[in-house]
Design a protein around this ligand. Structure first.
Ligand SMILES: CC(C)(COP(=O)(O)OP(=O)(O)OC[C@H]1O[C@@H](n2cnc3c(N)ncnc32)[C@H](O)[C@@H]1OP(=O)(O)O)[C@@H](O)C(=O)NCCC(=O)NCCSC(=O)/C=C/CCCCCCCCCCCCC(=O)O
Ligand SMILES: Cc1cc2nc3c(=O)[nH]c(=O)nc-3n(C[C@H](O)[C@H](O)[C@H](O)COP(=O)(O)OP(=O)(O)OC[C@H]3O[C@@H](n4cnc5c(N)ncnc54)[C@H](O)[C@@H]3O)c2cc1C
Length: 654
């Protein structure tokens, strides 16, 4: 590729990076079009340009130098400033455009309206009836009110059936009475609930005539709309600092005999009539729709976090020179070391694979939503299984990749100047929120076991589990030569996933036959079952990557994606670092592959990952701006350490 086609080349950049960019075999803009989709890629460029022109949307100082209060204030300031410009910059009905704008301006550490858009609005869209939508959804979209999703409690997050918050129907007054009867029933964790929101969708166990009817969603006003003071019968606050996400005020909530009108229960699916008659929803888990929405969107979000970390470490690896390969020559860029390439490149391949899987899970979510609106509940189970698996596998592997990217930056990777600590903290939170990963793997496990049962009954499952009915390869994998082409890789992958799923199913059957209860037998098999779920999901990601690459029209882009696909399939299959062959092929394109993510410096917030590569001078500037450097001698030093040392000196002279 002639260098002028590489959109990332700019005057004045560090020559080390320019040298890398000149080697690109493809046009980074065209690869960006594949990674994001051409519309979003173009819009992201336009959004970045629009932000450049509005100084009040820029960071006032690097986020790691801010206290928690300053971070919370900065996020609030930017949300307010954005509200004046947002409709000029993005199409608000496009979630991914809006999310890109938020990440570029506010960053990944959280903001007062995260949950409002991620869950409050989707819960209203999925669970409120038309009249309720007119009352709350329109106001929420206009941001007249800010809401969150309050489900998890101090004592229970995973096991929703045991939520202790109660909503008891009072027929006389046609009201629900909401209560947090115990310490463990306090709502705990909901994002932005501590200080920012004035409304919440509270998930509580519904009780009518002493009958427990399971978790349902209720609209609760938390704070006065004018004064923002906490409403009566409510106690609310922030849960304190966390590993990351400290711009967000995750909160606690106690409800004490709070009365709300009957119509505050979201009634699109389940309904409670005035006389207390209860109408069941058409599918028991429709009340969980907001969680499925977030799970299906988390995959692209985590692909992006991984991309942030890898573009920082790949660029930095081409700036950093350390040691020799040939002692007679200069010190080499650390990217030249095979170990560095093996550390980074498989994760670059995964970032692309995850982004494509994420686009697919969002597409599947939209299809399910439309089919549900037409009254069809059939796709719910498939989507739940798919998103449970993807959510768990992608958040976990993205976390691993981010940590490898951090280690690849050596000591400077541990400084917050690299921003790796925050990216990691935010990434691994995804392993926990929206369903703890090992628990979500079991949800997919249930689905796989059902598919095995149907295969054993002579039926042919369709869709993502169709491969379970294929005749298994009789020979072992040792006979499987990966160089025979991608179809052979996929067959090998299917073979491993199928074998593990059948092994888990047989083991479960054995325990059940031995007289153990279903639950006990299940618990004895969960390690095997989770392995099957993991393999099934990694197979889905690989197949999706393979099919996606076949669709690419630009030959240069297709070729580099095939290199990544080849690496991905081998790495996933053999589960060891890539072959030297793949590493050699990826090496000349390493920087351009990460440039194709088109992450701006503003979005990165990383000194190490700067697009222009001027790392060292900026590390020095960064250090100088530390609060601790504002005084030559810290007041705390004068107070404690200096007297201690003076005293010690005095003592030794005696
Ligand atoms: C699934 C559980 C663990 C178990 O539930 P339980 O009731 O006990 O059910 P089971 O007996 O196990 O199963 C019964 C059957 O029901 C099926 N099932 C279960 N769940 C579902 C479902 N959701 N859909 C369909 N079917 C379901 C199950 O498979 C069984 O079927 P079968 O009998 O085998 O046929 C459950 O209790 C559970 O889900 N627990 C986890 C709790 C959880 O996830 N909590 C989340 C709280 S909210 C939260 O964590 C928020 C976090 C902050 C998010 C920050 C967002 C960051 C941004 C992300 C990007 C989003 C962008 C959005 C952009 C935009 O749109 O603007
Ligand atoms: C950053 C962040 C933001 C959050 N935001 C929100 C929010 O906005 N709204 C909200 O309602 N909640 C929110 N949460 C809460 C989150 O959804 C829960 O923490 C999560 O669902 C996990 O539940 P838990 O904490 O009860 O974990 P636990 O269930 O207590 O998990 C602890 C351990 O027990 C294991 N375990 C539990 N059950 C089983 C089982 N059945 N089988 C096998 N192993 C099991 C798990 O695998 C894990 O290893 C947030 C959490 C975080 C970290």
């Amino acid at each position: 590729m002639s260098a002028h086609l590489n959109a990332a080349l700019r005057e004045g950049d560090n020559p080390e990076l320019t040298e890398e960019r000149r080697k690109a075999t493809f046009d980074t803009r065209k690869l960006a079009d594949e990674f994001f989709g051409s519309h979003l890629a173009r819009r992201r460029r336009e959004i970045a340009k629009a932000i450049d022109a509005i100084p009040e949307l820029h960071d006032t100082k690097p986020l790691p130098f801010m206290t928690r209060e300053e971070k919370v204030e900065e996020a609030a300031r930017k949300v307010f400033t954005l509200s004046k410009h947002i409709t000029d910059i993005v199409d608000l009905s496009n979630n991914r455009e809006t999310q890109s704008l938020n990440e570029m301006v506010i960053g990944i550490e959280g903001m007062p309206i995260s949950l409002h858009f991620a869950m409050f609005i989707p819960a209203l869209q999925g669970q409120a009836d038309d009249e309720q939508k007119r009352e709350w959804l329109d106001r929420a979209i206009r941001m007249e009110i800010i809401g969150t999703y309050a489900q998890t409690e101090l004592g229970h997050g995973t096991n929703l059936r045991m939520l202790e918050t109660t909503a008891t129907y009072d027929k006389q007054n046609k009201e629900f009475i909401l209560n947090s009867p115990t310490l463990t029933s306090l709502k705990w964790w909901p994002g932005n609930m501590g200080k920012s929101c004035n409304y919440a969708i509270v998930v509580a166990n519904l009780i009518i005539d002493d009958k427990l009817l399971g978790p349902h969603s209720f609209m609760v006003q938390l704070r006065d709309e004018n004064s923002h003071e906490t409403m009566p019968n409510i106690q609310i606050g922030d849960i304190g600092p966390k590993m990351a996400y400290n711009s967000s005020d995750n909160g606690f909530l106690k409800l004490s005999n709070l009365r709300i009108p009957r119509r505050n229960m979201l009634m699109k699916h389940a309904k409670v009539q005035e006389d207390g008659t209860y109408k069941k929803p058409p599918h028991e888990k429709l009340a969980y729709s907001a969680m499925v929405h977030v799970r299906s969107h988390m995959i692209t979000q985590h692909a992006m976090l991984l991309a942030y970390a890898l573009s920082i470490s790949t660029r930095y690896s081409c700036i950093r020179r350390q040691g020799y390969i040939d002692p007679k020559k200069d010190e080499v860029k650390v990217i030249e070391y095979q170990t560095q390439q093996h550390r980074l490149f498989p994760h670059i391949a995964r970032a692309y694979a995850f982004a494509f899987a994420g686009t697919e899970s969002i597409r599947k979510f939209e299809i399910m939503k439309r089919s549900l609106e037409a009254g069809n509940i059939e796709l719910i189970a498939d989507l739940h299984a798919l998103t449970s698996g993807l959510k768990a596998v992608v958040t976990y592997l993205a976390g691993q990749g981010i940590e490898q990217a951090r280690q690849a930056c050596g000591g400077h990777g541990y400084s917050m100047a690299s921003y790796m600590g925050e990216i990691y903290g935010v990434g691994i939170a995804g392993c926990t929120y929206e369903g703890e990963n090992l628990v979500m793997m079991q949800q997919l496990g249930r689905y796989l076991i059902k598919a095995v049962k149907s295969v054993k009954e002579g039926k042919k499952p369709t869709g993502y589990v169709a491969y379970l009915a294929h005749a298994g390869q009789r020979h072992s994998l040792i006979d499987c030569r990966p160089n025979e082409g991608y179809a052979e890789h996929i067959r090998a992958f299917e073979h491993i996933a199928r074998r593990q799923t059948f092994r888990a199913a047989e083991r479960l059957q054995k325990y059940e036959n031995s007289g153990l209860s279903t639950e006990q037998a299940w618990n004895n098999c969960t390690v095997e079952l989770n392995r099957a779920s993991r393999l099934h999901t990694r197979l889905f990601i690989a197949c999706n990557f393979y099919e996606r690459v076949l669709d690419v029209e630009d030959m240069a882009v297709r070729e580099v994606l095939e290199d990544l696909l080849h690496l991905h399939l081998n790495y996933e299959l053999i589960d060891i670092a890539s072959y030297a062959l793949e590493a050699k092929k990826i090496r000349p394109n390493a920087v351009s592959l990460v440039d194709s993510w088109e992450i701006t410096d503003r979005e990165h917030r990383s000194v190490l990952g700067r697009r222009d590569g001027h790392v060292y001078e900026n590390l020095f500037k960064w250090a100088k701006s530390s609060d601790l450097n504002q005084n030559d001698v810290l007041p705390s030093h004068k107070k404690h350490l200096l007297p201690m040392m003076l005293n010690a000196r005095k003592q030794s002279k005696l």
